[in-house]
Write a protein that binds this ligand. Structure first.
Ligand code: UFG
Length: 344
């Protein structure tokens, strides 16, 4: 018997597709909506190959309220939403701020407005450690100060958290779990789904694996003069499957009438790792060399941030479990699969 019907917006994207798999494996029915602006409908096949179940798939943008209304009419009985649909490139958001505000905030508002009339109990929202900016103290807890956003993308996350909080404070009969992710990496161990960036990757792991396979000449490590033990930036890298499982836990809480109406959790490992340590661990885990050079600092980078995940551990009942070497092997397996398929 199904545990419930979950709408996954942005469900063919990187985090969305892995979460769809974990939801199906946990006994939920999944409806995916995605506008395919940064992903492909083939991802639905990958989800089916892993789980043996084909989720319902709707192509469309939740930024259009009519699309959202039609979706709820055609898929009655949705119990909760996980909202991954958003534009997410930090650099692009600086160049096209209005696009980012319009897209990311309209999607959220359209979903929130349609929840109560359609009997949807709750929404999981993808927030980010970006809300903490450059923290004064690490690790950061959910109570750490929210710093002024350094990009329109980051600001959409902060505004979205406020929109949800205000809607619930106004008496809207819905619940929300806000998850502040740290840096998601890796892919499903089957290599059926993974991260597929458009063009030149901006994020570390796709750039690293594309360098390791010879698509790029060298990885540039942005800055080795930071105030950290080896001079490179520190992040909290969280395995994508572990992150996906945090969403399943969040849905369970939304559907449990005894939990608070709104909760916020950091989703990270609790370990800060430098860029250099990550490159070294990748080389050790895979036996593959990654040519790299030290380059100038990247504008807008935070020096160091990592999570205190105690609240997620104790209240959400979730913990990061996958060893880093395993995560990095999975990322490499995915890059090799893309080559086999002739995609890259
Ligand atoms: N890095 C390199 N070389 C590269 C790419 C990245 O050295 O080619 C470094 C960065 O300088 C940074 C670290 O690797 O120190 C991680 O960079 P990513 O771009 O992978 O990730 P960010 O921490 O910059 O960004 C992530 C998410 C964003 C989110 C942000 C919040 O990708 O969506 O965290 O801080 F907003």
């Amino acid at each position: 018997m199904s545990k419930g019907k979950i709408l996954v917006t942005g469900g063919t994207g990187y985090i969305g597709s892995h979460t769809a798999v974990e939801l199906i494996n946990s006994g939920y029915d999944v409806v995916i909506i995605d506008d395919l602006s940064n992903s492909s409908a083939d991802v639905v096949d990958g989800i089916e190959r892993i789980t043996g179940v084909r989720p319902a798939f709707v192509e469309g943008s939740c930024a259009n309220p009519h699309v959202v209304a039609k979706l709820f009419a055609e898929h009655p009985g949705i119990n909760a939403i996980i909202n991954f649909a958003a534009s997410k490139a930090v650099g692009e958001s600086v160049k096209k701020p209005l696009l980012y505000y319009r897209n990311n905030l309209n999607i959220l508002i359209n979903l929130l407005e349609q929840m109560a009339p359609n009997g949807v109990k709750g929404i999981v929202f993808s927030s980010s450690c970006t809300v903490y900016g450059e923290p004064d103290i690490n690790p950061v807890t959910e109570q750490s100060p929210i710093k002024k956003a350094t990009s329109p993308y980051g600001n959409t996350k902060q505004i979205a958290e406020e929109i949800i909080t205000d809607a619930i404070a106004s008496g809207e009969p819905i619940k929300s779990v806000i998850l502040r992710y740290f840096n998601p990496i890796g892919s499903h161990p089957s290599a059926e789904i993974g991260e597929l960036p458009n063009g030149v990757p901006q994020n570390l792991i796709p750039y690293l694996t594309q360098t390791a396979i010879g698509l790029r000449e060298k990885l540039s490590i942005f800055g080795n003069d930071y105030n950290t033990p080896d001079g490179t930036c520190i992040r909290d890298y969280i395995d994508i499957i572990d992150l996906a499982r945090a969403h399943v836990k969040a849905v369970e809480r939304l559907l449990d009438p005894s939990t608070p109406q709104i909760e916020i959790f950091n989703i990270g490992t609790g370990n800060g790792l430098s860029v250099k340590q990550l490159v070294d661990t990748f080389e050790e885990a895979t036996g593959v060399k990654v040519p790299h050079v030290y380059a100038d600092r990247r504008q807008g980078d935070i020096e160091q941030v990592w999570a205190d995940p105690a609240l997620a551990n104790n209240v959400l009942g979730w913990k990061a479990e996958t060893p880093l070497a395993e995560t990095l092997k999975n990322a490499w397996r995915w890059q090799l699969r893309l080559r086999e398929r002739g995609i890259m």
